[in-house]
Write a protein that binds this ligand. Structure first.
Ligand code: MLT
Length: 412
């Protein structure tokens, strides 16, 4: 009989968001006609930017003509999109990134998992705790960890604890690691890194020959112009970092699917025998073999993000969600809850009231206020005692949700 990948049996919990959905669906089943407001998964709610819709409509029409039809596209994405990204997202911010270093994909979740295909199984890997669960679970599935211990931790991974004392920004580990996952603005805590903090990480990576896997899916929510949006704004990062970006949150593409990874040509790794290998070459090889590119229509939609109208429209979207984040932050702070994040990220990270753990407070908000949150413990052991609220929703839902929560009678 066929043998399966037994690493999957090391996974101790279901993937977080389907687990939340199961609980919510069960609650809805036994409580008819209930008006649930979902502030759990960070899924956008506002319509796609007009510029993207128009570009996609035009692309569909083009595909229906003899001269405008497109079959397989380049696996790494069309040049016109890669050039627009390299220029607008990197070069005008002073980053030395060329269009050839941009690889278009259908999502950062896939990219942050697939990157493991080109990396060896015997790297020392560091993740933060709390952490976006995909980084951990994909390493477990790939056989890069030992067994699970203490619920969400796996042997073989190095956990960097994020807490209120370190402002939820990962501190440099004392030991050497080969790979570290960093996410700024941070999912789930909403924390953001300064230029100085990123410089410290780049210096660490250069000194230790480590690779930084930098997830910048939420960069568009940064409000302070002095804060870095990309690891490549830091000198030396071309030799130690890969960045992941997405159109999901800035342009509402969670359902449309378009993202990209940035792999500098100057980035190298070693074979087991110590021979130098170029990571860009490997990633290109991986993508050309296992991926046929994002469809033409969607890439045209993504390209429109960089038009004048597109930029105006995505800035309006970001502003809208950040106003939601401010409403959540202020209302909850006003009733005495300890609140974090929400200033440069669409996530607000909230300390649970005295005596309630993350899932208890999740259940409490679901039952008493019909609000779906995300329990912090689902992001790791150090997330216990927190919940995350997402600012991705309509203004009226955010306002109703805050009215419901602030009307509750809980001890803080
Ligand atoms: C989240 O809620 O953490 C995100 O929506 C997950 C994702 O982007 O995959």
């Amino acid at each position: 009989m066929v043998k399966v990948n037994s690493n999957y049996f090391k996974l101790k919990t279901n993937y977080l968001f389907p687990e939340i959905n199961n609980r919510v669906n069960h609650f809805i089943e036994i409580n008819n006609n209930i008006n649930i407001i979902r502030l759990g998964i960070g899924d956008v709610t506002e319509p796609l930017p007009k510029a993207c819709c128009l570009a996609m409509k035009a692309a569909v029409d083009e595909m229906g003509t003899d001269h405008g039809f497109h079959g397989y596209g380049p696996e790494q994405g069309y040049d016109w999109l890669r050039k627009a990204i390299a220029y607008h997202d990197f070069q005008i911010r002073g980053c030395d990134i060329s269009s050839e270093e941009i690889f278009i994909s259908d999502g950062s979740k896939c990219d942050t998992s697939n990157i493991l295909n080109i990396l060896s199984n015997d790297n020392r890997i560091a993740v933060t705790d709390p952490v976006y669960p995909v980084y951990v679970d994909s390493n477990v599935m790939a056989g890069n960890t030992g067994n699970n211990f203490e619920k969400t931790h796996y042997r073989g991974l190095i956990y960097i604890i994020l807490n209120a004392e370190n402002n939820f920004v990962a501190s440099i580990p004392k030991e050497r690691v080969d790979i570290v996952y960093l996410c700024f603005p941070n999912n789930p805590t909403g924390a953001v890194a300064t230029r100085f903090q990123l410089k410290e990480w780049v210096n660490y990576a250069l000194d230790n020959d480590s690779l930084i896997l930098f997830d910048a899916a939420y960069q568009s929510f940064i409000q302070d112009p002095n804060l870095p949006h990309s690891i490549f704004e830091i000198e030396g990062a071309r030799n130690c970092a890969i960045e992941f970006r997405s159109f999901s949150k800035n342009a509402g593409f969670t359902g449309t699917r378009c993202a990209f990874s940035v792999v500098p040509k100057s980035l190298n790794g070693n074979t087991i025998c110590g021979n130098k290998v170029n990571l860009w070459e490997l990633w290109k090889r991986r993508q050309s073999t296992k991926f046929n590119g994002v469809n033409y229509v969607v890439q045209r939609g993504a390209e429109a993000v960089y038009s004048h109208e597109g930029q105006v429209q995505i800035q309006a979207l970001t502003k809208f969600y950040m106003e939601n984040a401010a409403i959540i932050y202020n209302k909850l702070q006003d009733i005495g809850l300890q609140v974090y994040g929400g200033k440069h990220a669409p996530y607000v990270w909230i300390k649970t009231p005295e005596g309630k753990d993350s899932w208890e407070f999740f259940d409490y908000l679901l039952k008493k206020a019909h609000i779906v949150s995300t329990p912090g413990s689902g992001f790791g052991k150090a997330g216990e005692g927190y919940i995350r609220l997402s600012a991705f929703n309509s203004r009226s839902n955010i306002e109703v949700a805050m009215d419901r929560i602030t009307a509750l009678d809980f001890d803080i």
